[in-house]
Design a protein around this ligand. Structure first.
Ligand code: SF4
Ligand code: SF4
Length: 379
């Protein structure tokens, strides 16, 4: 049963490439996104296809290192490498790229990426608490709207935005419902399966198809069809993964946890629960988008109190035994924030986090395994 739904997902992913090509032939636009801060609703409202472009594989890193420094976050190198090597169909499909001034590495990488594809970088405030932050971001979203309108030749009316918000809220609710199945013990979904589903659905141009697939997986998970080991699942240590985003290809830590007898039951990162929000449909759409997206609790914000609220809620709600805090090499913001996360987790649960710093390569797999094994034993 697990194999059949994952096959269905794989077929949907393959069909998706054909569908996007066809849609583009018909004149539909496609917009590439690199971060959670830019509202995908803007693309959807212009009937364009939003495509997530953050690289999660190691193969394009070597090409990227011909231009970028080696000592740089693998997510940035992978993203850039995919773009310049021409090996990512979603990058190829994108008519225009939208970036944000999140971390230093990403925003400087966009300057180089702009040589390969029209790239617009939104000026993201460095915090969401000062009085000037929201008006600044609201102004940037006006600029974003104009960029999308120019590229798609579609005027984004308030009604179009409202419809897009409503559709994306349904998609995020379906994501949340899927992630929430793991609130029960034992977790019905392995972390590796959960992240594979969330990752692949994220590329689907047909949002309704993605929602239907997630609803199907959620129902199957509740029926217990994904666990062939319910006995051992009940004794596996429940891990919350926080920190940097992960996806297919950058999921080695999740797999090692599973091989060591643990379960990653929840993801407090932007591949997971940071996307489990709802945009307020009662506010004016541009205000609502600016407010909600600016509140994304990523470590590029200073301070980033929202992350600690979310962590506290998730540690309790998912009944976790331990927290692994993952940092990609050379990611200063997550690396430094790891100290505060460890303090908070230790105070709340009486156990420290396991802070891992790694990249997309497999060379440190055995070192990671030793540390993860020791952590699981300690819990
Ligand atoms: S971790 Fe932060 S900066 Fe990086 S993609 Fe996610 S939201 Fe954006
Ligand atoms: S993981 Fe860190 S360094 Fe890498 S893109 Fe995200 S915020 Fe930037």
């Amino acid at each position: 049963m697990t194999a059949s739904i994952l096959n269905e997902l794989q077929q949907a992913a393959e069909q998706n490439l054909v569908d996007i090509e066809h849609a583009k032939d018909q004149g539909r636009g496609a917009i590439g996104f690199y971060c959670l801060y830019s509202p995908t609703e803007m693309a959807v409202a212009a009937n364009a296809i939003p495509l997530p472009l953050c690289g999660t594989r190691n193969d394009p890193v070597a090409v990227a290192e011909e231009t970028l420094p080696r000592n740089l976050c693998p997510l940035i190198k992978s993203s850039y490498g995919f773009g310049v090597a021409g090996t990512c169909p979603y990058f190829q499909f994108s008519d225009v790229i939208i970036g944000d001034t999140t971390c230093d590495g990403k925003k400087k990488m966009f300057e180089l990426l702009g040589r390969h594809k029209p790239t617009h970088v939104l000026q993201l405030p460095q915090g969401c608490e000062s009085e000037s932050s929201l008006p600044l971001w609201r102004g940037e979203l006006d600029r974003f709207k104009e960029i999308v309108e120019t590229h798609t030749e579609v005027q984004i009316t308030d009604q179009r935005l409202r419809d897009a918000i409503s559709l994306m809220n349904r998609e995020r609710q379906a994501r949340k419902n899927l992630m929430d199945v793991n609130r029960v013990k034992p977790a019905p979904l392995r972390g590796s399966t959960l992240i594979e589903v969330l990752f692949k659905v994220g590329f689907l141009a047909d949002k309704e198809k993605g929602i239907a697939l997630m609803e199907k997986v959620t129902a199957m998970a509740k029926d217990g069809v994904f666990r062939d080991d319910p006995e051992s699942a009940s004794t596996r240590k429940r891990i919350l993964l926080t920190g940097v985003p992960v996806g297919v290809g950058s999921d080695k830590v999740i797999k090692i946890v599973e091989q060591c007898g643990g379960d990653v039951v929840a993801f407090e990162n932007c591949s997971g629960y940071k996307q489990a929000f709802q945009v307020d449909e009662d506010l004016s759409p541009m205000e609502a988008l600016a407010k909600q997206y600016l509140a994304t609790p990523c470590s590029v914000m200073s301070p980033n109190d929202g992350r600690f609220d979310l962590l506290a809620e998730m540690m309790e709600g998912f009944s976790v035994d331990g927290v692994i805090d993952l940092t990609w090499q050379a990611c200063h913001t997550y690396n430094i924030e790891a100290h505060l996360v460890n303090e908070m987790v230790t105070e709340t649960k009486g156990i420290p986090t396991l802070h891992l710093e790694t990249d997309y390569a497999e060379s440190d797999t055995e070192q990671l395994r030793v540390r993860i094994e020791a952590y699981l034993e300690m819990l």
